[in-house]
Design a protein around this ligand. Structure first.
Ligand code: AMP
Length: 398
């Protein structure tokens, strides 16, 4: 996305305090960080700011304390974990507003780093309270948002502070916004979208938005069953939202109106049980028996999807093409992900994926590293795919 403020636009930061909103909502076990991916994601921003002379005060949330101080949701254990990743001291202060916090920031050495306590310990965080935003803003000279995953929320520490202080995208946020722009903002056409997953009902807005923007939309997973049923095909006892037939037809009509091809599975892998290694067979449309369920797309469908990827210059992907957690019903997802990854790796395809189970599915296929960009932001990524304006991103626009 062009037109948002980047750290480079902030000029010389010597002696300034940067308030940096990060995503430190890391998996923890008994006070120990079990996966430091999100801590490492903040490194580039923090080091860039320190190099240009700024002190760094980190703002983050953890869990859902709903405005209460809950000891298990304190960010205190994250400070030493981030210090280890940073290779430099990171202090901690038990609030994110007020005089004691200001004093702790003032006491930092040049280029010092401090982590402030869980912003969600204040009820005003999630309600986007302006007074809380003003108190947080009073702690710094400029604001950096590096937490795309929280950008769909109009919270005090995401959108509120950005309205008061000059606001810039951090390095992770910048990479995310640039990748999203390449995928749907100003993509190289033709653009192919792949949307799978369990249900149409959770992705109606997403599907309606995508068919107005992309050249072809491949629908897979349980949600394809709803579309197949709406087209009059038998789906046996498959996961299928029969009450959404009209919605499926409406989405197909919008797609036709925008010249978007809808690709549905042409062959299916069916089983009588939803279980790993359940006896299964591959069949054509209208060959699903009443006591069978569709658990994956067949090889012909994967071949058609791979051909669509071959002609596409851009791919945006959300959701698995089958019940990928149970073998052998992971096959279509794995093969399609590997085909996309190989083409992206060879530089012929911009492949961007994200949302929910998608990261797990691409990792399962060992394809995530080959994609151009894989977003780990679940909700924010989906809202972006729905075409919604994200308050935390809007606030960074120049
Ligand atoms: P979502 O969170 O909407 O992306 O859905 C992901 C879930 O959909 C995964 O847990 C898959 O196992 C499930 N899924 C995909 N295809 C099917 C299918 N044909 N039948 C049942 N579940 C499916």
């Amino acid at each position: 996305m062009a037109g948002f403020n980047r750290i480079e636009d902030a000029g010389d930061l010597t002696g300034k305090t940067a308030l940096v909103r990060v995503d430190f909502n890391v998996p923890m076990d008994g006070g120990r960080v079990t996966d430091d991916t999100r801590l490492r994601a903040a490194l580039d921003t923090v080091q860039t700011l320190r190099t240009s002379g700024a002190k760094v005060a980190l703002l983050a949330h953890f869990g859902r304390p709903k405005g209460e101080r809950i000891a298990e949701m304190s960010l205190a254990p994250i400070a030493p974990a981030f210090s280890k990743v940073l290779g430099s001291p990171v202090s901690f202060v038990g609030d994110c507003r007020g005089d004691a916090v200001k004093a702790a920031i003032d006491a930092l050495p040049p280029a010092g780093v401090i982590l402030l306590e869980n912003t969600r310990f204040h009820a005003g965080e999630e309600s986007g309270d302006e007074a809380l935003a003003a108190e947080i803003a009073a702690l710094g000279d400029l604001y950096i948002n590096d937490a795309f995953s929280a950008a769909h929320r109009a919270h005090a520490s995401t959108a509120g502070v950005a309205k008061i202080l000059q606001a810039y995208a951090g390095k992770s946020m910048e990479r995310e916004l640039d990748a999203l722009d390449k995928a749907l903002g100003t993509p190289e056409t033709p653009v192919l979208a792949v949307v799978g997953g369990a249900k149409v009902s959770s992705k109606i807005d997403l599907l309606k938005n995508l068919v107005t923007k992309v050249d072809a939309l491949a629908i897979g997973g349980g949600m394809a069953n709803t579309f197949l049923h709406a087209r009059g095909h038998s789906v046996g006892k498959s996961l299928c939202e029969r009450d959404l037939s009209d919605t499926a037809k409406e989405i197909e009509a919008i797609a036709r109106g925008h010249g978007c091809d809808i690709l549905l599975p042409r062959d299916l892998v069916v089983a009588k049980d939803f279980a790993a290694n359940a006896a299964n067979r591959t069949c054509g449309l209208d060959e699903v028996a009443d006591d069978e369920m569709i658990l994956d797309a067949g090889p012909q469908s994967v071949a058609i999807l791979a051909t669509a990827m071959d002609v596409a210059n851009t791919l945006v992907w959300n959701g698995p093409l089958g019940a990928f957690e149970i073998e052998p019903f992971d096959k279509a997802t794995v093969q399609a992900a590997q085909a996309a990854g190989a083409r992206a790796k060879s530089g012929k395809l911009v492949a961007v994926a994200g949302g929910g189970d998608t990261v797990a599915a691409l990792n399962h296929a060992s394809a995530a590293d080959d994609f151009t960009f894989v977003s780990t932001a679940g909700g924010a990524f989906l809202e972006w795919m729905e075409g919604k304006a994200l308050p935390g991103v809007e606030a960074l626009k120049s």
